[in-house]
Design a protein around this ligand. Structure first.
Ligand SMILES: C[S@@+](CC[C@H](N)C(=O)[O-])C[C@H]1O[C@@H](n2cnc3c(N)ncnc32)[C@H](O)[C@@H]1O
Ligand SMILES: [Zn+2]
Ligand SMILES: [Zn+2]
Length: 689
């Protein structure tokens, strides 16, 4: 067998012999097809086989150099990639039989019908396939993390967990990591379930009118997707969307995803966007298409940072972004900087940082066994696919998730599941044959559905995106000063909704400035609303966190009993010393459940008072809403009491006031509601059904 390096030598000779660009391109394509087919390996192998990986990185880099030398890079992106793609992008419509054995080249293409009785994570078309695959599957099925006796590391090692207290070195290191990794890194994936900011059917209900919506600290596109997908089919107005985030990686990804979603074939568009959004590695053809989209966006991006793109026949994207966007784009196009092996090792380094184990185990501790494995699998491989699906072709890094020098941009806890409602994920999965256990398989089908609808709507509705990459307060100033008029945002624009995410939190912009800057830009009328939530207030306000409650308080034991009744935590009858100790050790895990029972609404009111909410509202002539029906965001907040959602509405009369989460007074069973924060909601939902 010829080695990849030999093949590249041959290609090099051939390229210097050929004279036309077309011939050269054809031989590059032939080379790529050939090496792709012979170099497929699963990520795990790539991570451990250092030498081969380095070879691979070397050939990758040399190939790019060669193409550059022959002036082929642009022509390649322009001509060959779309051709290759039409053959290669194949979204899954249903779960396939899990009888996949890459090493022996055995891949069953039938639909999966029968779930493995042990884990329910994989499906087989037949008993024969299941039997044949058991030799491989038993490693997953019997993975220790799926054992009913699995325990968090701190319990097994009989020590206190690093996230609780204690002054050990591991704890200090953890603290450092929290500061360095968890807080300072980018949020490329939202961590609050998506919501529809317009919810027209519930609010204005007028379908023939134009609407203006501003996402002033948008994070990823999920609220945009949900808002557009929530429009009634008969909507006939124009939708103007301001998409702003000060983080340039976020902005770059939003531009890229929108341009992928505008591709003519909606099914391929959705498939590409899904993986570009959430999969850490991509099939070669997909990576090429992402680069191609980047390449086109780069052409539409002028040196002064202005950008104008036609996304589809009916939708456009215009705006102005910072200088770094250009360099990020170039970095994403440059596949010489780091290779698959380096990316895979970097991903593993962050995801499995030893100092963070207890954090991960605290989370696993709340999950049922197969969900633990599903989550561990994503931690290992970073692919949004049905469990056990063929994945050996995902062997290029998704460069939009790494810095130009190959650092994983997010923290170790970043999780695609956090951005969407768990119940909807599982329902979508079921429709395509995925079982409830297979969380990321369900997520695959959920996203595939959502993104197909969105891609279709990009071509059906008239949507104007205006993208900016500034501080939210500066953006408001620039709009009001008329500085953005040339990008299609006149100073007279008024918004039907302004979504500020959680930058009203004091760490970000804070209440007074948000209300002062964005209040005046709200349209008049009873539906115009500024939406936002608070995530970090609990630790700044006495009584905000359940930690501030005395464990001996009757309220506390009441909540524990409530959780026992619901079967979330074991009942401490017949307690032996050993179980009592273990129980105490599990408090870190149970705390997540306990928070759902804890009423901190008074503390929240105090927090708002202290931060001058009443005065700024009066000045801005806005009113705080407590209306569950308004946007149904109550779902987000109903239980995870750390998170508080508020809506500020411009109508000053006759509006009830709603604080969705805070009505969660203890004693009213929260389980009667739809929970929002997926970790808690999800768990609850998964445990119950
Ligand atoms: C506040 S963060 C928190 C994550 C959020 N819970 C989510 O699910 O996306 C959301 C986004 O706000 C952006 N952001 C933070 N401060 C900002 C500011 N002053 N102006 C504009 N965007 C900001 C961040 O870059 C990030 O992408
Ligand atoms: Zn199994
Ligand atoms: Zn089969």
């Amino acid at each position: 067998m010829t080695s990849p390096l030999d093949k590249l030598d041959a290609l090099e000779k051939e390229l210097s012999r050929l004279s036309t660009a077309e011939d050269k391109l054809n031989s590059v394509t032939a080379y790529l097809r050939d090496t792709r087919d012979s170099s497929r390996r699963i990520i795990h192998d790539i991570r451990t086989e250092t030498s081969e990986t380095d070879d691979e990185a070397k050939t990758g880099k040399r190939l790019t150099m060669l193409m550059r030398q022959h002036g082929l890079l642009e022509a390649y992106a322009e001509l060959q990639i779309p051709k290759m793609l039409s053959e290669a992008v194949k979204p899954l419509e249903n779960v396939l039989c899990a009888n996949v054995d890459i090493t022996n080249g055995r891949i069953c293409q039938e639909e999966g019908k029968q779930a493995c009785g042990g884990c329910k994570l994989v499906l087989y078309c037949s008993k024969t396939c299941q039997t044949q695959h058991w030799r491989l599957h038993k490693n997953d099925c019997k993975d220790p993390i799926r054992s009913p006796n699995w325990k968090p590391a701190w319990i097994v090692e009989k020590r206190s967990p690093t996230f609780m207290s204690g002054n050990n070195t591991l704890n200090e290191r953890w603290q450092n990591d929290v500061d360095r990794i968890a807080l300072t890194r980018a949020h490329l994936w939202g961590n609050i379930p998506a919501y529809d900011v317009l919810a027209l059917a519930r609010n204005e209900t007028v379908l023939g009118k134009d609407y203006n919506v501003a996402f002033v600290a948008s994070g990823d596109l999920r609220n945009v997707v949900f808002t557009v997908n929530g429009l009634p089919e008969e909507f006939s107005g124009r939708l103007t969307i301001i998409l702003n985030d000060r983080d340039s990686h976020v902005t770059l990804r939003n531009i890229l995803l929108l341009s992928l979603l505008g591709l003519p074939d909606v099914n391929s568009a959705a498939e590409l966007a899904l993986h570009a959004w959430y999969s850490v590695f991509l099939p070669m053809e997909y990576a090429a298409q992402v680069s191609h989209a980047g390449f086109r966006a780069l052409q539409d991006l002028k040196v002064d940072g202005s950008i104008h793109m036609q996304l589809s026949p009916t939708s456009t994207l215009a705006g102005q972004v910072s200088d770094d966007i250009r360099s990020h784009f170039l970095a994403c196009l440059d596949d010489t900087s780091f290779g698959m092996g380096e990316a895979a090792r970097e991903y593993e380094r962050v995801r499995f940082a030893p100092s963070r184990v207890d954090r991960h185990h605290r989370w696993y501790g709340r999950l049922e066994p197969s969900h633990r494995l599903a989550c561990l699998e994503y931690r290992r491989f970073g692919l949004v696919l049905p469990f056990g699906a063929k994945n050996d072709h995902f062997n290029m890094p998704n460069r939009t998730l790494f810095s130009s020098d190959g650092c994983w941009l997010q923290n170790d806890l970043a999780n695609p599941l956090d951005g969407w409602n768990a119940k909807s994920i599982v329902e979508a999965g079921r429709k395509h044959g995925a079982s409830r256990a297979d969380l990321y398989g369900c997520l695959y089908f959920f996203l595939s559905e959502q993104l197909r609808v969105f891609a279709r709507r990009l071509r059906k509705f008239r949507i104007s995106f205006h993208i900016f990459n500034r501080d939210a307060s500066d953006l408001s100033k620039a709009i009001r000063a008329g500085n953005l008029a040339s990008y299609g945002v006149p100073s007279t624009i008024r918004f039907d909704r302004v979504d500020v995410s959680n930058i009203m939190d004091a760490e970000y912009v804070g209440i007074p400035r948000i209300v002062t800057f964005w209040g005046p830009l709200l349209a008049t009328g009873q539906h115009a609303t500024l939406l936002g939530y608070f995530m970090n207030w609990v630790n700044r306000q006495k009584g905000g966190n359940i930690n501030s409650l005395d464990p001996k308080a009757s309220e506390y034991s009441g909540m524990m009993e409530g959780l026992e009744d619901e079967g979330k935590i074991p009942r401490l009858t017949n307690r032996s010393l050993a179980t009592a100790q273990e129980y105490a050790g599990m408090i870190g895990v149970y705390m997540g459940f306990l928070m759902t029972k804890y009423d901190n609404s008074k503390a929240f009111q105090t927090y708002l008072d202290k931060h001058g909410m009443a005065e700024v509202l009066q000045k801005a002539q806005l009113k705080l809403l407590y209306d569950n029906e308004l946007h149904n965001i109550s779902e987000l907040a109903a239980v995870w009491v750390v998170l508080r959602v508020i809506c500020l509405n411009s109508q000053t009369v006759n509006r009830g006031i709603l604080m969705p989460a805070s009505t969660n007074s203890y004693g009213q069973s929260v389980s009667s509601r739809l929970y929002g924060r997926n970790l808690v909601e999800g768990l609850d939902y998964f445990v119950q059904s």
